[in-house]
Design a binder for this molecule. Structure first.
Ligand code: UP5
Ligand code: MG
Length: 210
């Protein structure tokens, strides 16, 4: 039987390591489908706040509670409960169509809870050949994010939230990168060079799938 499972590549790296930038290039040049878990969570907050005025009191309370909860997690650099994130990712994948066989899931799984939650819901439905990991030092990433903060409008692009994001990344996300690595499933990319130089290595990592 032909295996029709979609292929999912997780894309991990610290804040500002270039996950979104490189995924966008893969979409433009090779037609991969890109889902950023962070973007989906930010959109969900906007959507929930927007629709709150249109729905009844009970739904309104629960919607506003969820939006506030996601917002709080993001500002504190903490990881949103997997039930919320995984559901958004699954919906996002379905919206793009399962026929779209190559997904880049950016910024997820960020901890063991994410990993286990994904495995429960999606484990049997998709193949995950490897994790792409963008390796950069903290100083470079801080400079990039602080520059971006001038225009991003993101409520976590400030030095207080950024410190917390780094802390969470080191404590909770690096063990996941190491876990994939111990199974020979982490492709590490030096993310300190120019965007185009980094992209050359990204293309090499995906060569069998282009
Ligand atoms: N830039 C990029 N590459 C460059 C290069 N090679 N040289 C020079 N400049 C470069 O890039 C950041 C900036 O750097 C841009 O201005 C870019 O031009 C420049 P970008 O590609 O945006 O980096 P990225 O790694 O995507 O950084 P991002 O800030 O998005 O990473 P985070 O992991 O911090 O953010 P994310 O959106 O994934 O998550 C935000 C929060 O959501 C988390 O902290 C968490 O609270 C929550 N979250 C969850 O709870 N669960 C999830 O599963 C996902 C998110
Ligand atoms: Mg990003």
């Amino acid at each position: 039987m032909v295996d029709t499972k979609p292929v999912v590549f997780f894309v991990l790296g610290g804040p500002g390591s270039g996950k979104g930038t490189q995924c966008a290039k893969m979409v433009d040049q090779y037609g991969f489908a890109h889902l950023s878990a962070g973007d989906l969570l930010r959109e969900e907050v906007i959507l929930l706040f927007h629709f709150i005025s249109l729905i009844d009191q009970k739904q309104r309370d629960s919607g506003s509670e969820t939006a506030q909860l996601i917002n709080q997690y993001i500002v504190e650099g903490k990881i949103v409960p997997v039930e919320i994130t995984c559901q958004l990712l699954k919906k996002g994948m379905e919206k793009k169509g399962w026929a779209e066989k190559r997904f880049l899931i950016d910024g997820f799984p960020r901890n063991q809870d994410n990993f286990d939650g994904w495995d429960r819901v999606m484990g049997d439905l998709v193949e995950v050949p490897f994790v792409l990991f963008f390796d950069a030092d903290e100083e470079t990433m801080i400079n990039r994010i602080m520059e971006r903060s001038k225009t991003s409008g993101r409520n976590d692009d400030n030095i207080e939230s950024l410190k917390k994001r780094f802390d969470t990344f080191k404590k909770e996300t690096m063990p996941i990168v190491d876990l994939f690595d111990s199974n020979g499933k982490t492709q590490k990319i030096n993310a300190l060079r120019t965007i185009d130089e980094v992209f050359e290595d990204v293309k090499k990592a995906f060569e069998p799938y282009l």
